[in-house]
Each structure stands twice: as C-alpha cells, then as structure tokens.
Design a protein around this ligand. Structure first.
Ligand SMILES: [Zn+2]
Length: 471
C-alpha cells in the first residue's frame, strides 16, 4: 500500500486509485516566459519520483501537464502585465516566439534531469474552448460576474473557498489588499479573474480570442481546471505542484472546478517544498536565481542535481549550496564506480545471500510518502555490505536489483558501461603480477607506476589484482 501526504487533510493517507490499476495525475506546468530555476526543477523531480513510484508499484499512470503561455500576470493576484508579454518586450521577440523558445528549454531541462514527460502536455492557448466552457458553467451556477474589464470568480459564493490553504478569508483579504486592485468593479479583493477583456491596459494584448464576454484572454487559473477535467475526468486521483501554489493557484482551481462541476477536483493534493539557495529564497537581485544551464556551465552533471534533490524529502526545505552539489556529484560518482565494479565481476558465489531485504526496504521507503533519503540509504547499505563481504554476493543479481531501483531513482544506471581497459595496460598488469609472485617488488612497483601514468588504477584484492580507469 502506498501512503501519501495529502495537503487537503494534512495527513498521510493510504492511496487507493479511483479506477483499479490506473492513476490520473495532474502536475502544474511552467509559465514559459523565462528559464525554469532549480527550485521549479526540484518540484518536477518530486513529481517524477511520485509518478515513477506509482508505476514501479504496478499502476498505469496517465500524466497531464499544462504549459502556461498566456494569462499569468506578474503578480499571482491578477495585477501587473502578462508574463509572456513582459518576456517578449525584454527579448524583442513575439509572445509566440517566447512561448516556443522557453517551452523547448523546459523540455530540454527535464530530459537532462531524466524526468519522464507527461503523456499529455497541453499549452493553455490550445485549450481556449475548454476554458470558455468552464467559465460558462460558472456563470450558470452563479459563481461568475462580469465588469467592463474582466470576468471574475465571486469567492463569497463558494463555500469553503480556503479549505486547501486553511487560511481565514480575512487573512487572504489582507494579502490581496497589499496588491493594487486595478478594477473598481471587482466585488471582493479576493475575487480572481477568469477572463480579461482586451480593453484598458490590455487593449493591445497580443494573444486574444473571441468569447461570450468579448475579445480577450483567459486568467491564469482557469486553464488548469479546464485541462485537467477534460483530460482526466473529475475527480481524478492526484494533483501536485509547489507549496507556493497552495494559497492562490490551487485554491482557485478547486473553487472553479468544484463550482462548475459540483464534485471534488482531485482526491490527493501533494506539494513540493521550496529550494533555498544559501539559506534564502531565490532572487534575481541577489544573484541566486539559478538555472540548470548555470549548473552545467560550472561543469556539473544534471543528474548530480537530481541526486541532490533525492537526498532530502520532498516536504522538507532543501538548502542548495555549491558544496552540497559537489558532494552529491561525488556520491553519484561513487555509485557509478560501484556499478562498474559489478559489471566487471566474473566470479559467482555458490550460496549468495538473498537480496530480498534490500528490495523490501527500498520499496517501504518509497511507499512511505516517497522517502527518497531512506531509499538512497538502502543503496549505500548494499555498497558497504558488498565491499565488506563481496564473496557472499552475486554481482549480477545486485546489478539487476540496482537497475530495478533505478526505475524510480532515474539516475541512468543502465547507461553505465564497463571501463574499457586497453590490451597494453592488461599486459602490464600481468607482468606486475608475475613480478609480485617472484617477490620482485621494485619491478612490480615500476609497472604500477606505468599503469597509473596511463590513467588507470590497479588495486589488490584477495581474488587478485584489478584494474580500473581513474575517475
Ligand atoms: Zn495549475
């Protein structure tokens, strides 16, 4: 049984899918006006571990993700300008170019991090019809109203509006008041936009469509309600995102979808915690807004970042430092070299120890609300047990087990190849062995030095000497 923390109930609950053997998963996607930062990427890695754990446990997962390419204003509370238009001005391109460029950049990042792509990736601009349909339903149910500037969701009409965030509405009001309330026709400061009309400050908005409320474009939240319901049905099993989505975006999605369809949107709501850079929130001004490209520019393997993310539980804050990334890369390198050792191991013990306990510990860790740090510790236990008593382990079976674990960890274990050792090096190792047997230590040391200068390491084990390429 998989157990997952549900933000809705604030409890760890048994996960039972709505339809046997199948899981509907919706993960909020990026707003494609800039590169994703590593905090965003941490959330996508958490969601990938969730999906892979479900698949590892035998579920068939249908994963849907939106791409926000219109309607997300610079403030989540409907103030400011459209982020895509801001990006277009910044770079002197069209909004469509910006959307295309940063969608590609995002897909490249997730590929580098070995994050499985959702089967359905839906840009908001390709689901306008569905969004209009949901807004119509909200009008029919008395949840929406129109002003000369926009269409809004009336939060006073929806009971339990703050059930996900558990904030008091007054607290939200205080938060909303801090924003500039730009439309005098808005009934309550917490009301949020479903549709912006192409008037006033938006009269030159580049992306626009016809609707029953005039020419304009959708608000940010409605795309997720429309895309999730139309692709997964309602309710579906699991909806995820970053913790910063709880108070506004997900709260509004719930109000829209449940207002329109009179049933819950999703059973489980799961949220990934923040990533901090040197103990503080990432900020462009402080130079701590880091992208995957910047990590790669410094010579890091993207999978080292993935490994680093796995070392902390998704519900804990992760403090990123360059030292922690370096340590993660070092650990990953040690795992890789362990796999190389297994790949070149030829002997087979008569009575190898069973690996079942490791498998079940790994399984238990993931099924307990995705405890990736514990799952990694099982991996390290295997390495240390093997190193102390390699004669009782079947290397090929361990390898098979690690490949199996990698279905969830996603660290590309199966791509690791044995180091090729050239014939000349093998020959020198052989000659060194002969010298050693003859107790000609000087000669043996000379061969060792030659082997090392050539970039290889030779080390002696009870089963004879072994060669490996220098890391
Ligand atoms: Zn969303």
């Amino acid at each position: 049984m998989i157990r997952l923390y549900n933000t809705l109930t604030r409890k760890i609950e048994d996960f039972k899918p709505i339809r046997k053997g199948r899981v509907g998963l919706y993960t909020c996607g990026p707003t494609v006006y800039n590169f994703a930062h590593i905090g965003n990427l941490r959330t996508y890695i958490f969601e990938d571990i969730l999906r892979r754990t479900l698949e590892y446990s035998g579920y068939n997962v249908t994963h849907v993700m939106n791409i926000t390419d219109v309607g997300h204003l610079t403030s989540d509370a409907d103030a400011g300008e459209d982020k895509l238009e801001k990006g277009a001005k910044r770079e002197g391109k069209t909004v469509w170019d910006i959307a295309r460029f940063y969608t590609r950049a995002f897909l490249k990042d997730i590929r580098a991090l070995n994050i499985k792509r959702a089967q359905n990736i839906v840009p908001a601009t390709s689901a306008i019809r569905e969004q209009i349909a949901v807004i119509k339903k909200l009008f029919a149910g008395g949840f929406a109203y129109e002003t000369p500037e926009a269409v809004y969701f009336d939060v006073s009409k929806f009971r339990n509006y703050t059930k996900l965030s558990r904030q008091r509405l007054e607290e939200k009001k205080a938060g909303a008041r801090a924003e500039v309330i730009e439309d005098p026709g808005k009934k309550h400061p917490q009301d949020f936009a479903l549709w912006f009309k192409r008037v006033g400050k938006f009269k030159n908005h580049v992306m626009h469509w016809n609707s029953p409320w005039g020419d304009g474009f959708p608000g940010w939240h409605i795309e997720c309600s429309a895309i999730s319901t139309s692709r997964l049905g309602q309710p579906f099993d699991i909806h995820t995102g970053g913790v910063d989505h709880i108070a506004v975006h997900h709260t509004n999605e719930i109000a829209q979808s449940e207002g329109a369809f009179k049933k819950p949107l999703a059973r489980f709501w799961m949220h990934g915690e923040f990533l901090l850079v040197a103990d503080s929130k990432m900020a462009k001004s402080a130079g701590t807004f880091l992208t995957l490209q910047e990590l790669e520019k410094k010579g890091f393997n993207p999978l080292a970042f993935r490994y680093l993310v796995l070392t902390s539980h998704y519900r804990s804050k992760l403090n990123f430092t360059w030292e922690s990334l370096r340590a993660a890369e070092h650990s990953l390198e040690r795992v890789r070299s362990f796999i190389k050792t297994l790949l070149s191991e030829r002997k087979k013990p008569k009575h190898p120890v069973s690996l079942e306990k490791y498998r079940s510990q790994f399984d238990d860790a993931l099924k307990s609300d995705l405890q990736t740090p514990q799952a990694l510790s099982v991996l390290w236990k295997i390495i240390s047990d093997y190193n102390t008593q390699s004669e009782s382990f079947d290397a090929k079976k361990i390898l098979a087990l690690l490949y199996d674990f990698d279905q969830v960890l996603g660290l590309h274990f199966t791509a690791i190849k044995k180091d090729a050792i050239p014939e000349t090096i093998r020959d020198m190792a052989m000659k060194r062995e002969v010298a050693r047997r003859n107790k000609d230590w000087d000669k043996a040391d000379k061969f060792r030095a030659k082997i090392e200068t050539a970039g290889f390491v030779i080390f002696d084990t009870p089963d004879g000497s072994k060669l490996r390429k220098k890391q």
